[in-house]
Design a protein around this ligand. Structure first.
Ligand code: GAP
Length: 506
C-alpha cells in the first residue's frame, strides 16, 4: 500500500514537471481541490474526451451530442432533488479540527473488516493449494462468517440511516464502532450534519431582485430538460441517446487524492432514452459497452471491476460502478445507472410542460425511461496516467521514466529532430514536420543531444521520434524510434505518416 501511495506522489510530481497538471493559483499557494491542466495535460484530456465522443456519438447513429449551459433555472435543481437531497453527512473531530464525511468513516471501517476476510482467504488458498474452494471456505470458516455478520450488521444500520437522513443514528454508529479520527486518534466527535454540495451564486446585477442560482453538480440535467427539443428537431426515435461533456461543480467535504476528487471537474455523460420496461436490457447493454471501451485502450482487464450498488439512489432501479485500480486501490471511475422516469417526471411536474414521447410503433405516448453512463474525465485522466507511468532500468546502468500512453491519447504523436543544428538538417526536419502537422500533433526540437531529446519525449509519452541525419539528405530516409521498445528503424520519409496512422488505429 505504501508503495502504491508512493506511486501517486510520483505521478503528481511527474504531472507537474512535464506539464500535465498544475495546482490552481499555485503562486498563491493553490486552491484546495482545484487543478489546472497544462500544455501536455490539455492535449491528453482533449484526446480522452474525443475518444469517448467518437465511441459514444460518432459510432452510434442514434446518439447525438449537445453542449448545455452550466447555469440552469434554479427550479431544475429543485425538481432533480439536488436542493433537498444532494448532501453528504459531515462530522468534525473536536480535537484535530478535521472534517470528515461521516458515511466514509463507516465505509472505511467496513473496508478494514473486508480486508481481514480477504487476508483469511489468501492464507487459506496458500495452505490448500489447488484443492482450495473459495466459496465453500467463505461459507464455512467461522472467522469469515463472524466478520461477514459484523459487516451486515453495520450496513443494516448505515444504509437505512442514510436513506432516512437520520444523522443521529449515523453518529451513534460511529460511537458504537469506536471509530477514531485517522489524524489524531481522538473519539471526540461533533454531531453529524447534512452539508449540501452545490455551489451557489447570484444572477442579476442588483442585490435585490437577484436570484440564487447554482453551478451544475452534474451535466445530466442539461440533457433531461432538452430531451424533447433534441428528439423533435433531430427526429430521433426511441431508443436514442444524448451525450454531453462539460464542467460540473461540487463543494466536496473532503477533497483529496489529486484529481480524483475535485471541486471543479469535468463529466462525460450519456442519457439513453428507452421504452418503459426495456430499461434492464439497455442497462446490461451499456455496462458491457462501457467496459469494452475501457479495455479497448489496452489497459489490462484485471484493472477494472464492476461494483453493483446495494444501496440505490432514490431515482434508480439498478446501478453499478466501473471501478479502476488507482494507486489508492479500487475506486469508482464511472457509473452506469438505470434512472427510471424519475427525472423527466419531476421536470414535467415542476415545469408544467408535457415531456411525453409519442411512440410511432406502439402509437402510445409515455415518459421514457433513462439509462445513463457517467464518467469523470479527470478520473479517467488519472487512470490513464497511473497505468502509463513506468520506471525502467536500462542497459548500462541507465534508467528512464516512460509514459506508456495509448498512442491515440498521447499529447504528441511524433517528435521530429534534426541530428545537428547545421548542414541543412533543421530545414529538412522542418519540411517533414510541415508535411505531418496537418494530420498529427507534432513536436520539433533541435536542442540537446539526441538521447536527451528521446528521454523528454518518453516522459510525455510521444509514441514516435523521427530523426533526420546526413543520410536523409542523400536518400530521403529517416530513423523512426518507437517509444516502448526503443527500437529504431530506417524508413523512407513518405512511409512515416502511414506508420503512425497504423499505430493509432491499432
Ligand atoms: N449524473 C450522474 C452522476 O453525476 P456521479 O456518480 O455523482 O453520477 C459520475 O458522478 C462520475 O463523475 C463519477 O463516476 C466520477 O468519475 C465523476 N465525479 C464525481 N464527483 C467527482 C469529483 N468530485 N471529482 C472528480 N470526478 C468526480
Amino acid at each position: 500500500m505504501a508503495q502504491q501511495e508512493d506511486l501517486l506522489k510520483k505521478i503528481i510530481a511527474h504531472a507537474k514537471e512535464y506539464g500535465f497538471v498544475f495546482q490552481s493559483s499555485e503562486i498563491y499557494d493553490g486552491l484546495s481541490a482545484v487543478y489546472d491542466y497544462a500544455q501536455n495535460g490539455t492535449e491528453l484530456k482533449k484526446n480522452i474526451r474525443d475518444y469517448w465522443w467518437k465511441a459514444m456519438v460518432q459510432m452510434h447513429e442514434n446518439i447525438v451530442g449537445i453542449d448545455s449551459a452550466i447555469f440552469m433555472h434554479p427550479t431544475v435543481w429543485k425538481a432533480s432533488g439536488h436542493v433537498d437531497a444532494f448532501a453528504d453527512p459531515m462530522i468534525d473531530n473536536k480535537d484535530s479540527k478535521k472534517r470528515y464525511r461521516a458515511d466514509v468513516l463507516v465505509e472505511d471501517f467496513l473496508a478494514k473488516i473486508e480486508a481481514k476476510i480477504n487476508k483469511e482467504v489468501t492464507k487459506a488458498a496458500k495452505r490448500f493449494g489447488d484443492s482450495f474452494d473459495e466459496k465453500q471456505f467463505k461459507e464455512t470458516n467461522p472467522r469469515v462468517l463472524a466478520n461477514v455478520e459484523k459487516m451486515d450488521g453495520i450496513k443494516n444500520r448505515l444504509y437505512p440511516a442514510m436513506d432516512n437522513n437520520n444523522m443521529a443514528a449515523i453518529k451513534e454508529l460511529i460511537e458504537d464502532l469506536g471509530i477514531a479520527c485517522p489524524m489524531s486518534g481522538s473519539r471526540n466527535w461533533t454531531d453529524v450534519r447534512q452539508f449540501n454540495l452545490m455551489f451557489s451564486t447570484q444572477m442579476g446585477a442588483m442585490a435585490e431582485g437577484a436570484s440564487e442560482i447554482f453551478l451544475r453538480p452534474e451535466t445530466a440535467q442539461g440533457i433531461f430538460v432538452n430531451y424533447l427539443n433534441v428528439q423533435k428537431t433531430g427526429r430521433m426515435k426511441i431508443p436514442f441517446g444524448i451525450a454531453q461533456t462539460g464542467k460540473a461543480f461540487r463543494n466536496e467535504i473532503v477533497a483529496r487524492q489529486f484529481i480524483f476528487r475535485m471541486r471543479e471537474f469535468e463529466q462525460m455523460e450519456m442519457q439513453f432514452f428507452v421504452r418503459p420496461g426495456e430499461e434492464m436490457k439497455w442497462y446490461e447493454y451499456w455496462k458491457e459497452q462501457r467496459i469494452k471501451w475501457h479495455t479497448s485502450l489496452g489497459i489490462p482487464a484485471e484493472k477494472f471491476r464492476f461494483h453493483d450498488h446495494e444501496k440505490l439512489a432514490h431515482y434508480a432501479n439498478a446501478a453499478a460502478d466501473i471501478e479502476f485500480e488507482f494507486p489508492m486501490g479500487f475506486k469508482e471511475l464511472e457509473g452506469i445507472h438505470s434512472r427510471t422516469d424519475f427525472d423527466l417526471n419531476a421536470h414535467e411536474k415542476y415545469s408544467g410542460k408535457k415531456l411525453r414521447y409519442h411512440d410511432p410503433e406502439t402509437n402510445k405516448s409515455y415518459v421514457p425511461y433513462v439509462v445513463e453512463t457517467s464518467i469523470g474525465l479527470d478520473r479517467m485522466f488519472l487512470a490513464i496516467m497511473s497505468n502509463a507511468y513506468t520506471e525502467e532500468e536500462l542497459e548500462g546502468g541507465n534508467s528512464r521514466i516512460v509514459m506508456k500512453l495509448p498512442p491515440v491519447l498521447a499529447p504528441y504523436k511524433v517528435a521530429v529532430f534534426p541530428l545537428t543544428k547545421k548542414d541543412g538538417l533543421p530545414e529538412k526536419a522542418r519540411e517533414i514536420m510541415d508535411s505531418l502537422k496537418m494530420d498529427y500533433m507534432c513536436f520539433y526540437e533541435e536542442k540537446d543531444a539526441i538521447g536527451k531529446r528521446y528521454r523528454r519525449h518518453d516522459a510525455i509519452g510521444t509514441p514516435y521520434c523521427v530523426t533526420v541525419d546526413h543520410q536523409t539528405l542523400e536518400d530521403n530516409t529517416v530513423t523512426i524510434r518507437e517509444r516502448d521498445s526503443m527500437q529504431q528503424e530506417r524508413v523512407k520519409i513518405e512511409e512515416v505518416s502511414g506508420i503512425i496512422a497504423k499505430r493509432l488505429k491499432g
